[in-house]
Design a protein around this ligand. Structure first.
Ligand SMILES: Nc1ncnc2c1ncn2[C@@H]1O[C@H](COP(=O)(O)OP(=O)(O)OP(=O)(O)O)[C@@H](O)[C@H]1O
Ligand SMILES: [Mg+2]
Length: 217
């Protein structure tokens, strides 16, 4: 799908047009909240902003070195395709369209990354995450970057959102016999969060046993 077609498609589906459309020149007058700790030359900026009472996330490569920009644009287009494939599902934040050829927009999800959850929240999130990844795999889609805590967002009600779809792979039907290795990679990502629960619980057991021993004194 070429860039123009993609823009038309996404504008048609976007829920923004009823209000004034956000344009690049508006960004200069709007307060932006960076969502990434460490910007890198080969990665887009990710920031949130409030546009006409709606919180929007923008992934933007406009201010990256000129030589690196074509590659980052290609990555953004790849990611955009992945968001479009999952448009309307509950797995990812809502896709809102391209700002221009250097940036796309998503609906902001009030959430915390899975890496910041406590034990109880993490147990629930793990169950939902497993389900989401199963749904993804049924569609022959593989996230491929589930070990990064920032890529799994958990909303206050417990709903899990997957973001950062740059590495997502969509297997063609003829490639299905190779699905196991992509599935395995995602499972390896999921294991990290299961192990975290286990280590939290093990640490709690240990603290309890130390406490019991101290009380015995
Ligand atoms: N729709 C959203 N709602 C809320 N927060 C979001 C949304 N999309 C992304 N974020 C936050 O922004 C951060 C960066 O986004 P993303 O992972 O897509 O960018 P990235 O360039 O791959 O960053 P990184 O290199 O840190 O992984 C995420 O870790 C997440 O916390
Ligand atoms: Mg990320």
């Amino acid at each position: 799908m070429n860039q123009t077609k993609l823009c038309q498609d996404t504008r048609a589906r976007s829920s923004l047009p009823k209000k004034e459309a956000l344009r690049r020149h508006h960004l200069a007058q709007t307060l932006r909240m960076p969502l990434k700790k460490k910007p890198s030359a080969l990665n887009a900026d990710t920031y949130a902003l409030n546009w006409q009472q709606e919180m929007i996330v923008i992934k933007d490569c406009r201010y990256r070195p000129k030589l690196a920009r074509p590659l980052i644009r290609w990555l953004l287009r790849r990611e955009c395709k992945a968001y479009q494939r999952l448009y309307g599902t509950e797995l990812v934040p809502e896709w809102l369209g391209w700002l221009d050829k250097d940036a796309f927009m998503l609906r902001y999800v009030p959430s915390i990354p899975i890496s910041k959850l406590d034990t109880r929240q993490l147990i629930q999130a793990n169950l939902k995450l497993q389900k989401s990844v199963e749904i993804l795999h049924e569609r022959r889609l593989f996230h491929m970057d589930l070990r990064s805590g920032g890529n799994i967002l958990v909303a206050p009600g417990g709903r899990v959102y997957l973001v950062d779809l740059t590495s997502m792979v969509k297997l063609k039907p003829w490639a299905v016999p190779f699905a196991w290795c992509f599935r395995r990679w995602d499972e390896y990502g999921l294991q990290k969060w299961v192990w975290r629960v286990i280590s939290f619980l093990a640490a709690r057991e240990e603290i309890l046993s130390i406490k019991n021993r101290l009380v015995g004194f």
